[in-house]
Design a protein around this ligand. Structure first.
Ligand code: ADP
Ligand code: MG
Length: 253
């Protein structure tokens, strides 16, 4: 299996605090990789390093065969590595259609810049409707995003990332704040959307072990900034020590 995204001995310090230490992980084509670990384990830091929001203190990050250490998120999104940005929180007054359009336009900016009138073109609008349809947001296009339910906000967030036509997508806790009943539905929608959009691999940071067990092919557990385990779900859940470190600490959060 081809490796599509990889960290090699990555470390990240915030001042004297060591958030990640010597982390080497590989994401293969066709894989859904879950990143789990107690609060403060370094999961978000790792996602930020992988998507260019942070530069590692040590080590390298590779996307396909390119060393992407220091590349910025917009550049990476154009190359096919996208994450969900919380546009809903940043621009709560934009409608669903406008939020998705913002992502579509980011992706196409090189072409669109020549003809600013194209920003609201039929082509953009078609893509907005297509993406909204995949995420079940078709009847919400004109709603300001702040009026959506929590589940719909999460889907809109992810829809914006998908609008970038990514090969690899990274989602940091896509189901946080969603009721348990809706989590599976949201996750199924995300995965179906990924398949429809031709996404080659996905990284999900997820707290809910039931979702991790159901939807991931491999699990990387972080604890105190280090890789504690890197296993298929069956082996992961068969290792009581690993599960206790991850789940035990989660319970006492
Ligand atoms: N910008 C920052 N400055 C200082 N410390 C940070 C910063 N961001 C995160 N940290 C610390 O790094 C550790 C890992 O954080 P984070 O990656 O957000 O963990 P997780 O997503 O697993 O909960 C935590 O102890 C957090 O307090
Ligand atoms: Mg986090």
């Amino acid at each position: 299996m081809n490796v599509i995204l990889e960290t090699r001995n990555v470390g990240k310090s915030y001042g004297s605090f060591r958030a990640l230490d010597n982390v080497s992980i590989k994401l293969h084509e066709g894989e859904r990789l879950a990143i789990v670990g107690p609060n403060g384990a370094g999961k978000t830091t790792l996602v930020n390093l992988l998507t260019g929001l942070l530069t590692p203190t040590e080590g390298e990050v590779f996307f396909k065969s390119d060393n992407i250490r220091g590349a910025d998120p917009v550049d990476l999104a154009e190359r096919g590595l996208a994450r969900a940005f919380q546009l809903v929180h940043i621009f709560p007054k934009l409608t669903v259609a406008e939020t998705i359009a913002a992502a579509v336009i980011t992706r196409q900016k090189k072409r669109w810049n020549f003809f600013s009138g194209f920003l609201n073109s039929e082509e953009t609008q078609m893509r907005v409707r297509e993406v909204a349809g995949i995420f079940g947001l078709s009847n919400r296009l004109e709603s300001p995003s702040q009026l959506l339910s929590q589940g719909e906000k999460k889907l809109l967030d992810v829809a914006s990332a998908f609008a970038l036509v990514p090969q690899v997508i990274l989602l940091d806790e896509p189901t946080s704040g969603i009721s348990t009943a809706d989590k599976h539905r949201t996750m199924k929608t995300l995965i179906a959307a990924g398949e429809k959009a031709g996404v080659k691999a996905m990284i999900l940071v997820e707290h809910d072990m039931d979702l991790v067990a159901t939807y991931s092919d491999r699990i990387v557990a972080l604890a105190e900034g280090r890789v504690l385990a890197d296993l298929p779900p069956k082996e992961f859940f068969a290792d009581p020590k690993v599960v206790e470190t991850v789940v035990g600490k989660l319970r006492t959060e």
